[in-house]
Design a protein. Structure first.
Length: 223
């Protein structure tokens, strides 16, 4: 709880990661994640998952791919940077005011940004946040699949990086598939009325990524 988010990387610092095919460049651009936001995340965990951990660390077991439903990078970043939802997402605010967040954001040219520590819990997928690392892709406005080839390639490289770094990861899913985990041991949501319908990031995107990382042996949603 007392870790300083600034310690893990300055704004737009560059990390070149080798060993997973083409080198993956990750730019650190932290969103605001103060002690208040961390405390609100702990309250969310207690209220929705029935857990009372000392901090917001997670053990990653699932990678969830998304689109932002916003076609510009800065607007997408701003959507995660605010610490509370306010009046922006009433369908989510009923379940708590801590804002949505994400570990990674991929711009339309494929540039990968890390917005927060990889193993801090982000609010991005109902029921699975406590074991999931999320990747948002800029685009998908009006629920139209306009994901780019560059984004697909970066997601492939990012999945490989994460699986190599965290051997606990077993599942790769699209946000549209999250409800298939209901009843699975990883599903923790206590509020049976708290669900949303999702279409992101689409079948085309997920098929392209899955086919390219098939050698990793990752599972999809439970059958």
């Amino acid at each position: 709880m007392h870790r300083n988010h600034r310690s893990w990387g300055g704004l737009l610092s560059l990390l070149v990661l080798a060993g997973c095919g083409p080198s993956l460049e990750i730019h650190d651009r932290p969103i605001s994640f103060s002690a208040d936001r961390q405390q609100a995340t702990l309250s969310y965990i207690a209220g929705h998952y029935g857990e009372e951990p000392e901090d917001i660390s997670i053990v990653p077991r699932v990678i969830v791919l998304h689109w932002t439903a916003i076609d510009g990078f800065e607007d997408s970043f701003d959507a995660f940077n605010t610490e509370t939802l306010g009046d922006s997402r009433p369908e989510l605010a009923i379940a708590g005011q801590v804002n949505v967040s994400i570990q990674f954001l991929v711009d339309r040219d494929g540039t990968v940004y890390r917005l927060m520590p990889e193993t801090w819990m982000a609010r991005h997928v109902i029921g699975l946040n406590y074991s999931a690392i999320g990747v948002e892709n800029v685009g998908g406005g009006d629920s139209v699949d306009n994901m780019t080839d560059e984004q697909i390639e970066s997601n492939i490289e990012l999945v490989r990086y994460l699986v190599e770094k965290y051997p606990t990861i077993q599942h790769l899913i699209g946000h549209m598939e999250y409800r298939e985990f209901e009843g699975h041991p990883l599903w923790l949501e206590l509020d049976e009325g708290y669900r949303t319908e999702k279409a992101d990031p689409g079948d085309r995107f997920m098929t392209a990524v899955r086919e390219s990382v098939a050698d990793l042996g990752l599972q999809g949603p439970p059958s």
